[in-house]
Design a binder for this molecule. Structure first.
Ligand SMILES: Cc1cc2nc3c(=O)[nH]c(=O)nc-3n(C[C@H](O)[C@H](O)[C@H](O)COP(=O)(O)O)c2cc1C
Length: 362
């Protein structure tokens, strides 16, 4: 199961019983990856996302991992820092931090649920960067105490590590920016800290080389992410998790051509490759058979189908996800999606469709 932010943590951004129920319901996944979870208060940029920096959060997550393990499942925590994708209202008036003071285009949802334009972030001072690395280290150590089976370093989707990696958001001139080697340094230091806590075999990393989400851009994505994958290989990480463009895009010339970008990562990384983005049972099986990837992660389909592995195995129709409850609400649109068995026993669900026919999801 791909990581899915659901904005349903309790007071103090602590996971509660409802969250434990949600993950328990989905424990038949080969591997569950949790929603992105901030390693420090400054790492938050959305309402009600869980953290892994307070004792109460460690306790809350312990109940989640217990629930999943009781069902025979395995669960990794996704370690997160949003960087510039935040607002001062989350931080008692302090501006969000980033590699460089470059304001993202677009709007952010404040804790009061208002949409306002992003602010210009504050560039981290050179000596502050190791402090942030330490926050990842502490988050990784806390995840261990909370009983997780491993962790995924979130280096995708325009958040802090991705902001250091890609040229469009990193204009630093110190050892954390400038050359590609220096843009990779933050990833390398975070990966070193996290693998110190866990051992490399229990750590994965997620990249989204071609995603423009959160106003991201890189001048040479094939080169950048080949080097990032080499870094993951140097640390012997368990897996690299790739977010692919969600809809087939026309080929891009030169360094940004998708097969060149993703092929280069496959070549450069020695461990397991997890691919994600708009897969169905046929395209997933085909990708594995061709050796394009070793595992496929499912996001939205899993959100709406607690028993997705069974539905894929047996070619059953799936519950269609309700986008209006993706990022808000409580049990509705969260823990009330029926299993196939419940549907056979008379529970109803509005829309059932073949996953094969849903390949046009944006
Ligand atoms: C509601 C929602 C929340 C998401 N939250 C996260 C997240 O916390 N971390 C992350 O890396 N990706 C997140 N994503 C991206 C998904 O992991 C995945 O890449 C995307 O949904 C495409 O896969 P799919 O076609 O199987 O849904 C989210 C996507 C959705 C729809």
């Amino acid at each position: 199961m791909a990581p899915l932010t659901r904005n349903r943590a309790g007071e103090g951004n602590v996971p509660g019983d409802l969250n434990a129920t949600y993950y328990r319901q989905r424990a038949s996944a080969a591997l569950l990856i949790t929603e992105a979870t901030q390693v420090a208060p400054m790492g938050q940029g959305y309402p009600r996302t869980p953290g892994i920096h307070s004792e109460a959060q460690v306790e809350g997550w312990s109940a989640v991992t217990d629930a999943v393990h009781e069902e025979g499942g395995r669960i990794f925590l996704q370690l997160w820092h949003v960087g510039r994708i935040s607002h001062s209202a989350y931080h008692d008036g302090a501006r969000p931090v980033a590699p460089s003071a470059i304001r993202p285009e677009g709007e952010v949802l404040t804790p009061d649920l208002e949409m306002v334009p992003y602010e210009t972030p504050r560039a981290l001072a050179t000596e502050e960067v190791p402090e942030v690395v330490d926050q990842y280290r502490q988050g990784a150590a806390n995840a261990r105490r909370a009983g997780f089976d491993g962790v995924e370093i979130h280096a995708a989707n325009g958040y802090l590590i991705d902001q250091f990696l890609r040229s469009g958001t990193n204009e630093r001139t110190d050892r954390y920016g400038g050359s590609l080697e220096d843009r990779l340094r933050f990833l390398r230091e975070v990966t070193g800290a996290v693998t110190d806590e866990w051992g490399a075999g229990r750590v994965g990393v997620r990249f989204s080389p071609l995603s423009p989400f959160n106003d991201m851009h890189d001048d040479t994505p094939a080169e950048t992410f080949r080097a990032a994958a080499t870094t993951a290989s140097d640390f012997d990480l368990a897996y690299v998790h790739l977010v692919e463009p969600s809809t087939p895009k026309p080929p891009v010339a030169g360094d940004g051509e998708p097969s060149q970008v993703f092929g280069g990562i496959r070549e450069a990384f020695d461990g397991a490759l997890v691919a994600n983005g708009n897969y169905n049972e046929d395209t997933a099986a085909d990708a594995i058979e061709r050796g394009y990837a070793d595992l496929i992660a499912f996001g939205r389909a899993f959100l709406a189908n607690p028993d997705l592995p069974r539905r894929l195995r047996e070619g059953l129709p799936i519950n269609v996800p309700d986008e209006s409850t993706f990022y808000n609400g409580d049990a509705e649109g969260y823990t009330d999606y029926p299993t196939w068995e419940a549907l056979q026993n008379g529970q109803s669900f509005e829309t059932l469709e073949s996953l094969r026919e849903m390949a046009s999801w944006g």
